[in-house]
Design a binder for this molecule. Structure first.
Ligand code: ZN
Length: 370
């Protein structure tokens, strides 16, 4: 055990496993020539994270705050009342796609409300000092959801809702969101595009999802210009490219923003054991980024750092990535070795490549920092 242990919370609930994303071939809805099967946005992808936390022995050292469902008032700080009602009605009725590939079935409303609420619970626990930091292990995910429709399996914009709660109810003005899900955090970007108090950073595979979204030139509007940072990395980018982005772009931007609260939209589909993108991160990469963010959080935010689970569709690999993050957050080592690491890490492609660095330099130029 380290001398520097922290009070870390894991916010999780059995009900998150009961959301039914529908029948699909991966994420393609079943029907016609698409044979029905399990949806990639499956309960297994978070259940196995919780299982490894327990079996590794780390679980006994984590606090387990009980998630409180989000209220309609909290949801409508981001979403239109009409949309919230549409999700509720679809969930109570026959189910529906409430946007672009965002399927709601029986009880999905209550579970999506609990997912957003768990992110709020994590922020509240950290904001009040009951915990040093926290990880909300939730589904459905949130970062694609827009004000008036769901997208890409996301029903409510969990992180954005938690940010607005921190601002409106907890007195934390300046917030930073770092999204390393492989797909663009378009919903979070949209929520704060004209709010200079919220720095939104998204590292993602260029053009992957939503199509055409998340370019370097999307930097924010009005007074919020340069408070939205997109890093659209080429397929094949590994830890080296991400480290260049962190050192030259993201850490200085976070430092300059001086956030009072930091939230990570934590998707593991940017790992090298994934089929929903072609990025090459691994458990030790996420550990390193977490160390960096703990440094920024302790410098500016009184250590207030909250992770909210997003994508990640390898139930086999996500647990090892989440475990390294929880080890860093709590300051405790489990001794568990990542058996995938020798396969994903250690090859030349993990070094930064010139065409990847060129993208980071394009982002620097878009933000007037070349
Ligand atoms: Zn994703």
């Amino acid at each position: 055990m380290s001398d520097d242990v922290r009070r870390t919370g894991l916010v999780y609930h059995e009900h998150f496993l009961w959301h039914d994303a529908g029948s699909a071939a991966s994420v393609i809805p079943a029907g016609g020539m698409v044979e029905p099967g399990p949806h990639a946005e499956s309960p297994e992808r978070i259940r196995r994270v919780n299982s490894l936390v327990e079996v590794s022995g780390l679980g006994v050292h984590l606090e387990r705050p009980y998630p409180v469902p989000a209220t309609v008032e909290q949801l409508t700080r981001i979403h239109t009342p009409d949309y919230v009602e549409r999700v509720r009605a679809a969930s109570d009725g026959e189910g529906a796609d409430v946007g672009d590939n965002a399927f709601v079935h029986r009880s999905s409303y209550e579970i999506a409300v609990l997912s957003a609420g768990a992110c709020i619970t994590a922020v509240e626990q950290v904001a009040t000092g009951a915990l040093d930091n926290a990880y909300a292990l939730v589904r459905p995910p949130g970062h694609h959801a827009l004000a008036d429709r769901g997208m890409g399996g996301c029903i409510f914009s969990n992180v954005a809702i938690a940010v607005r709660h921190a601002q409106d109810a907890l007195g934390l003005e300046r917030v930073a969101v770092v999204d390393w899900d492989a797909h663009h955090g378009n919903g979070t970007q949209d929520a704060f595009y004209d709010d200079p108090r919220v720095l939104t950073v998204s590292l993602h595979q260029s053009g992957c999802y939503p199509p055409g979204s998340g370019t370097a030139q999307e930097t924010g509007d009005g007074a919020a210009v340069r408070t939205n940072v997109n890093v659209p990395l080429p397929p094949g980018s590994g830890v080296g490219a991400y480290e260049v982005a962190f050192e030259r772009l993201i850490l200085p931007a976070l430092d300059a923003h001086r956030p009072e609260l930091m939230i990570v939209a934590c998707g593991f589909d940017s790992s090298g054991w994934e089929t929903h993108a072609r990025l090459m991160l691994h458990s030790e990469a996420y550990r390193g980024f977490t160390r960096d963010l703990l440094g920024i959080a302790s410098a500016h935010a009184g250590g207030r750092l909250v992770y909210c689970h997003e994508g990640g569709y390898s139930p086999a690999y996500a647990p090892f990535c989440a475990l390294t993050i929880l080890e860093e957050l709590s300051g405790r080592s489990t001794g568990v070795e990542d058996p995938f690491l020798p396969i994903i890490g250690g090859f030349d492609y993990q070094e930064p490549q010139p065409h990847q660095v060129a993208v980071i330099e394009e982002v620097l130029r878009a933000h007037g920092r070349s």
